[in-house]
Ligand binder design. Structure first.
Ligand code: MD3
Ligand code: FE
Length: 221
């Protein structure tokens, strides 16, 4: 086979193959096809009926975040004037969180490399002007498991750097169906969402972006 033919034959696979952006930072572009994205989005919309999106607030200041949140799983991440924490119930309804959808569990099984089941699935909803400042995910009691992040809906410009806030950063566009895994030496890297790109997907009624982050929260006994 001529080299150009070989290249053409391998190109579609190369686009689907997960690739490392940094040690421990895996990007699986298009992990969920259009059909799976629709099923997962429908499951998340159903979850927001039972566990409504709420406006999280910054600890101490009480300043509202622009991203709206809810959770599924046995534990959910919440942020309010008292601080950040994981808790088994919705902060406004007092009800337990819904189970994590099977498709999200599948991404964890196939990509995390962790034998345990995720405890928390934070659901972030971004409207056209929502953003998330540079931060570390350090509220978990166990950093040995990775964080698995699933993007649905409008594309987002995701920023990540190093272990110190002032380390140089890079930007990557995350599209609907993309999954990133942050583990090993990248588990505690600073990261954030600069902005979403409105109108890039018609998956969600009314537009916007949903990001699911699956995590282990406690050390296994
Ligand atoms: C890098 N969410 O909820 S997911 C978050 O798109 C969060 O909603 C963003 O950051 C979002 O905390 C980014 C990607 C992500 C998640 C966890 C990480 C990147 C990470 C943990 C360590 C390093
Ligand atoms: Fe984060």
């Amino acid at each position: 086979m001529a080299m150009t033919d070989l290249f053409d034959a391998l190109q579609p696979m190369a686009e689907l193959a997960p690739c490392f952006l940094a040690p421990g930072l895996l990007l699986a572009r298009g992990f969920f096809d259009a059909e799976a994205q629709k099923r997962l989005a429908a499951e998340i919309l159903a979850i927001t009926t039972r566990s409504p999106l709420y406006v999280p607030r910054m600890p101490r200041s009480g300043k509202p975040l622009s991203v709206k949140m809810t959770n599924c799983g046995t534990l959910g991440w919440v942020s309010d004037i008292d601080g950040y924490r994981y808790q088994p119930r919705h902060p406004e309804t007092g009800e337990p969180w819904a189970p994590i959808p099977a498709l999200a569990m599948q991404a964890w099984r196939e990509l995390s490399g962790d034998p345990l089941t995720p405890q928390a699935c934070l659901v972030n909803f971004y409207g056209a002007s929502a953003r998330l400042g540079l931060h570390q995910d350090s509220d978990e009691g166990d950093f040995s498991a990775p964080v698995v992040s699933i993007s649905l809906g409008d594309s987002a410009l995701f920023r990540y750097g190093g272990l110190r806030r002032n380390d140089p950063t890079r930007r990557v566009k995350l599209d609907s169906g993309d999954v990133i895994v942050l583990g090993g030496p990248s588990r505690l890297v600073f990261h954030g969402v600069d902005r979403i790109i409105p109108g890039t997907s018609d998956l969600l009624p009314g537009g916007g972006r949903i990001n699911l982050t699956l995590r282990r929260v406690t050390k296994p006994r």
